[in-house]
Ligand binder design. Structure first.
Ligand code: GRF
Length: 198
């Protein structure tokens, strides 16, 4: 089995969607949720799904090897960031080379970088009168949203769309594509880089 850990700072709808997709999978399992946020919705989801969920603070994440040791002890092979807001320290990237991926709710390199998360992204997309937005799944390196792109999918942004409307379209894209991209990446090693949903 390929054992996955999912880091999430918020609601965790992607974490749940991915876990549902891989329950009973022949070669991939979701074994651990991790969050920096004691209020995160992902904690409740983990309880409901029976997935062990670890809440950690900044010090144990950045200035000690505590979390790394837990990941190793749990024999985690691959890490998924699904709405995780902290920068990943170098020690994790070294320990999991090309084995950490993130989903970003926009078409990188546009609307990426520090501060560009959640509703901030969708507000900026609407304010700039973009006609499309989308999702980007990419490898994680030491910089926010700069690792190699694995997959993108797009959606139309209508003139009258509010940031909330865009957020709904993006969430739909994420829930549709993220588990499949993970599966392809881990089992087939070939993923389309473009996909359009109109
Ligand atoms: C997603 O839009 C993801 O792209 C972004 O944060 C959001 C997380 O949503 N980075 P959820 O917690 O999975 O519901």
């Amino acid at each position: 089995m390929i054992r996955l850990a999912i880091f999430a700072s918020g609601s965790g709808s992607n974490a749940e969607r991915i876990s549902d997709y891989f329950s009973n999978h022949s070669s991939i399992s979701i074994d651990l949720f991790l969050t920096n946020n004691p209020q995160a919705g992902v904690i409740e989801r983990g309880k409901r799904l029976g997935i062990p969920t670890l809440v950690f603070d900044k010090k144990s994440f950045t200035s000690s090897e505590k979390i790394l040791e837990i990941l190793k002890k749990q024999e985690i092979d691959f890490i998924i960031l699904a709405g995780f807001l902290w920068l990943i320290p170098e020690m994790y990237i070294k320990a999991f080379p090309n084995k950490i991926i993130n989903i970003h709710p926009a078409l990188l390199p546009k609307y990426g970088g520090k501060g560009m998360w959640g509703h901030h992204v969708h507000e900026a997309v609407v304010a700039n009168q973009e006609t499309e937005s989308g999702i980007t799944i990419h490898y994680v390196n030491e910089h926010y949203d700069e690792g190699r792109i694995i997959f993108q999918a797009t959606c139309i942004v209508d003139v009258l769309d509010t940031p909330e409307d865009v957020a709904k379209k993006i969430q739909q894209l994420e829930h549709t594509h993220f588990p499949v991209v993970i599966e392809n990446l881990l089992t087939k090693q070939t993923v389309n880089t473009q996909n359009t949903l109109s």
